[in-house]
Design a protein around this ligand. Structure first.
Ligand code: G4P
Length: 535
């Protein structure tokens, strides 16, 4: 197969949703239909098995949530699918955001009874910023929920994205019989689910004007469907693939992941419409996936996945060319050559060594402690750097110090590595020395992860004191004078700290405090992140 053919068949995406909307269930059903598993239910059992093999997952076990993103790969209908899992818990982290940097499209799941929820909004915003195509699956149609028209309106009103319903449920709320496929102009009626969703669900397809349809669904349901379709055609969005590709129109599917209602059709339509790997911007202009020269970037680093070997894995997304085991590549950030031995791919927690991979694929590399998030790897004959990852504004802050001052060295090393991995953002309080640090994160869960990892990987018990701040602002005076605790009016209304590059940052409790600082320092410029590519 040529490089272009390999690229053309790849679909790399993430499923985004509020916790409990059905992400795990839908993922599992995609694997079921893709033939990667034979009975639904294995992911859940995998969830429990996983704890036995990895002590890093201890926190998962305690909290009953998924802390880290995993990667799944399988084939379906001639496509090679890479699903990047994003933790749906509300204490989510930068990890989730970064995972979204590595995908070409996203599937957004809504619970039909709940519509757009808080976490959906946050994740959607990140996808929107990246202008990637977003496909919506409205789940749990097997039970009572909001009516379909209200749900598509909600997408438009709450998220501000236009929705094009690809199918439309037939029947009444809580007891839908099938769906009308608007692209194929046909009706699919489902048989009863007799396997509790463990196996594919049988269905029958009818032409839209087949007289048998009225017999099967009844006149009332048939008339209601005609009314809805008329409304969609006259007042709804017009199909426009270019708008889908630009992330402005979301193809919307109705279904139930649990009962396999509408799942197969969703998967097939998604694979048909979702984009293959996209070009990426770099210091050397646009890098096309078809470029023969290999390139990739690191989007995630995960330590201690296997307690038997204290390993650290860097996950790379391949952007161009062909990846081969044992190849030598150039690491832009250190300007060094690196041999990529023992590259790994994943099916949930099962790993295997691979010999080759292509744009869109995710590969795990052993990391001897040299990689950072956003790092670029390229062919030695074509050196460049991909655009920096955006930094996300930290919202939670804590002061961290080693309980045992004798362990200061390990403590500093651990903190440094975790900062490099991107698990935390590090600040120094002016004049506070190196005994304690101020750490910023996107969610409070990361503090637990921090404590756990400093203990298990560096043997350091830490004292963690939450700070009352929720907003960080990087500071600059427009006339170029230095921002110091003494030159900033009201610096004592928050905590004046320096980031790793020694830029001044003020942590404050709320927007009101920020307003006061702004009003009293006319020359002050403030930004939520250190660089301009902020979200
Ligand atoms: P998440 O990964 O997005 O957090 O959601 P997950 O798939 O774990 O689903 C959350 C709950 O919603 C689960 O129930 C799951 O069975 C249920 N669910 C998922 N899809 C559907 C659907 O189409 N219809 C209905 N009625 N329920 C659905 P649970 O009680 O928390 O777990 P379990 O006991 O079913 O495993």
């Amino acid at each position: 197969m040529t490089l272009t053919e390999e690229i053309g068949k790849r679909r790399t995406f993430a499923i985004i949703s509020h916790p409990d909307a059905g992400k795990t269930t839908l993922t599992e059903k995609l694997l079921l239909y893709g033939g990667a598993i034979h009975l639904a239910g294995s992911i859940k059992s995998r969830k429990t098995q996983r704890h036995a093999v990895s002590d890093w997952m201890e926190i998962e076990k305690q909290r009953g949530i998924s802390v880290t993103s995993s990667v799944l790969q399988f084939d379906y209908a001639g496509c090679r699918i890479n699903i990047l899992d994003t933790p749906g818990h509300q204490d989510f982290s930068e990890d989730t955001y970064r995972t979204l940097m590595a995908v070409d499209s996203a599937v957004m799941i809504l619970d039909a009874a709940k519509g757009v929820e808080a976490q959906t909004k946050k994740l959607f915003k990140v996808c929107r910023e990246r202008r990637i195509p977003i496909f919506t699956f409205i789940n749990k149609l097997d039970r009572y929920g909001k009516i379909p028209l209200d749900l598509t309106d909600e997408l438009e009103n709450v998220l501000g994205i236009r929705a094009y319903p690809m199918n439309w449920p037939i029947g009444v709320d809580g007891k839908y019989l099938g769906v009308f496929d608007r692209q194929k102009n046909q009706i699919e009626l489902f048989a009863e689910d007799t396997t509790h969703g463990q196996k594919e669900r049988a269905s029958e397809i009818f032409a839209a004007d087949d007289p048998k349809v009225i017999e099967r669904i009844g006149k009332e349901n048939f008339d209601a469907l005609q009314d809805d379709l008329l409304l969609l055609d006259e007042a709804g969005e017009v199909w426009d693939k270019a708008k889908v590709d630009a992330g402005e129109l979301t193809p919307t599917f109705f279904g139930s992941a649990m009962t396999n209602f509408g799942v197969k059709n969703f998967l097939e339509e998604y694979l048909r419409l979702a984009p293959p790997p996209a070009p990426r911007l770099s210091s050397d202009g646009v890098i096309e996936p078809e470029d023969e020269k290999f390139s990739a970037f690191v989007f995630k680093i995960q330590a201690n996945m296997n307690p038997a070997h204290r390993d650290r894995l860097a996950f790379i997304r391949i952007c161009s060319g062909k990846f081969e085991r044992n190849m030598n590549v150039w690491h832009a950030q250190t300007d060094k050559l690196i041999k990529l031995a023992q590259p790994q791919q994943f099916l949930a927690q099962d790993r295997q060594i691979i010999d080759e991979a292509f744009p869109g694929d995710i590969v795990g590399l052993f990391d001897p402690g040299i990689f950072g998030i956003g790092d670029t790897l390229t062919d030695t004959a074509h050196k460049f750097k991909f655009e920096d990852f955006p930094t996300f504004p930290p919202e939670k802050f804590a002061r961290v110090q080693a309980k045992d001052t004798m362990k200061r060295k390990q403590f500093a090393k651990g903190i440094d590595q975790l900062t490099q991995e991107g698990a935390i953002q590090l600040f120094n309080q002016v004049g506070a020395g190196t005994e304690s640090y101020v750490v910023g994160t996107v969610g409070t869960l990361q503090f637990e992860v921090l404590q756990y990892r400093l203990k298990s990987e560096y043997g350091v018990d830490v004292l963690l004191t939450m700070l009352p701040f929720e907003v960080a602002r990087w500071l600059k005076f427009s006339d170029g004078t230095k921002v110091l605790p003494t030159t900033l009016r009201g610096a004592d209304r928050g905590l004046f700290v320096l980031d790793r590059a020694e830029n001044p940052v003020l942590l404050v409790e709320n927007e009101w405090a920020l307003g006061w600082i702004r009003d009293n320092n006319p020359k002050l410029e403030m930004s939520a992140v250190p660089n301009a590519s902020a979200i």
